[in-house]
Design a protein. Structure first.
Length: 479
């Protein structure tokens, strides 16, 4: 197959690495306008035009010097003006192929195509190019191995997407986005606009304070607004989320404003992570994330396999999409004596935050309202964490079925059920502290590889039962 060139817009996109050259005309324009006004700036406009011409000339030259070829054998890329670089990705080594089309590229029918392999960086793709949409579709079809008779499709209901967006929305991310939006709009329309928006928000907070201090109400409504914005962003990202299973790959697509499509090789899947929060645990809902090389590594990417689903839907969905990675019931679990170890970490915040709040209110009575509110707000995550640890104690454990291990543990405010094929385990560590010597208990630490290395820790398991499960020798056994 002959070499082809990327989309013509690549000549503009490739200029991002040379944007620092725009500092020259900006600096010249500022100095000229400062010293001689508009007339002086116009006299040197030829310099600005030369810099812009240089930039667009570089972009055009890069486009001419960049060529690729994609077929059943793999992807070949040659690029560079002075320093030539050639990259070959064999088809059998490509674990994830992704096509991303933001809304502003749709009129031009252009798509960012990325390819990842186990040998590449966990921060950037091994191959990334702006291609015509027809070409991107052709290459994705090659990676999927088209064949309608072999497709098994799973499409979650709309309520599952809403529940997923509710559970994964981050207030801080929403607040950051909201503040950036207001600040940048203020720079464009004048600082008076931004001041009016913040002032209006504060006024609404005072009107809806309902007896709470205005500052506390402002903070609460700001967090609520940030969470709502993050929720809306997640809802847009997972719009029309569909997964298809073929013989040796998964095809995933979705998104409203930015359309994303992935062709994921099963050989690149490291493990499944079935997550629950306290809220979703009470409702018996699960969210399944898939950890695979190249999938979910870039900003804005999705890493979901199944949004919020019931236990029954979870079993049916995994049987359809990944029957090789079905979780198995617990075989090993912590004993009752380990309860203290699970609860000691959240115990101190649960005790110290209320006690500290009472003490500060006694020392500073004029600040009682705001201190009481802040103490309450600080205590809520502490008691929430305590609840997570209680649920963690009731669910922690390890099991094995065939060559697939299932680990159950907690991390932060999440309960994890991780399903790992044996061949994806990088290392197994059995760790004992002095408090575990008496009843011969231990912690299991498993490292998995994929996009970087990830550690999974399961606490307080019976060491004598754990070692045979992983075919490990007992160093204390007499020869």
């Amino acid at each position: 197959m002959e070499l082809r060139r990327p989309h013509p817009l690549y000549a503009v996109v490739s200029l991002s690495r040379y944007l620092y050259l725009l500092l020259l005309p900006l600096a010249r324009g500022f100095i000229s306008a400062w010293g001689g006004g508009v007339a002086a700036w116009l006299e040197g406009a030829w310099f600005d035009l030369c810099i812009l011409g240089l930039l667009f000339g570089l972009g055009g030259l890069l486009w001419l010097c960049t060529q690729y070829r994609a077929d059943k054998e793999g992807i070949f890329l040659t690029t560079g003006i002075f320093r030539r670089r050639e990259v070959l990705l064999p088809a059998g080594k490509i674990t994830c192929l992704s096509a991303v089309q933001p809304f502003y590229l749709r009129p031009f029918r252009a798509v960012f195509l990325r390819a990842d392999t186990p040998a590449g960086s966990y921060k950037r793709a091994d191959f990334s190019l702006l291609l015509p949409q027809r070409e991107a579709d052709r290459i994705l079809a090659l990676a999927k191995g088209e064949g309608p008779q072999s497709v098994k499709q799973y499409e979650p209901r709309g309520v599952a997407i809403v529940a997923l967006s509710l559970a994964t929305s981050n207030s801080f991310a929403g607040i950051l986005l909201l503040s950036t939006l207001i600040s940048q709009t203020g720079q464009l329309l004048g600082e008076e606009f931004a001041d009016r928006v913040y002032g209006a928000f504060a006024q609404v907070s005072r009107l809806m304070a309902f007896g709470t201090p205005p500052a506390a109400a402002f903070l609460a409504y700001l967090i609520l607004a940030g969470w709502a914005l993050a929720f809306l962003g997640n809802l847009i990202k997972y719009y029309r989320f569909v997964i298809g299973r073929r013989e040796s790959s998964l095809a995933i697509q979705g998104g409203l404003f930015t359309r994303r499509e992935y062709a994921l090789s099963l050989s690149g899947v490291s493990y499944l992570d079935i997550r629950q929060t306290v809220f979703t645990s009470v409702l018996h809902l699960h969210t399944v994330f898939i950890h695979a090389i190249g999938y979910g590594k870039h900003k804005g990417d999705v890493s979901i396999l199944m949004p919020a689903c019931t236990s029954r839907t979870l079993r049916q969905g995994l049987r359809l999409l990944l029957p090789e990675l079905a979780p198995s019931p617990r075989q090993l679990k912590p004993n009752l004596g380990a309860l203290f170890r699970f609860l000691i970490a959240p115990f101190w915040p649960c005790f110290l935050f209320p006690a500290g709040t009472v003490l500060l209110c006694w020392l500073f009575p004029t600040w009682r309202e705001i201190l009481g509110f802040l103490g309450f707000m600080a205590s809520v995550p502490a008691y929430w964490f305590l609840t997570v640890r209680v649920l963690d104690f009731c669910s922690t454990g390890v099991s094995k079925e065939g060559n697939v291990y299932t680990l159950r543990y907690s991390s932060g405010y999440y309960l994890h059920t991780v399903v790992i094929p044996r061949e994806k385990i990088a290392s197994v560590t059995v760790e004992q502290n002095p408090f575990q010597w008496r009843d011969d208990r231990c912690d299991l630490i498993i490292a998995t590889y994929g996009e970087g290395r990830k550690w999974h820790r399961v606490k307080n398991l019976d060491r004598r039962e754990l070692l045979p499960l992983f075919q490990l020798e007992d160093p204390t056994r007499k020869m």
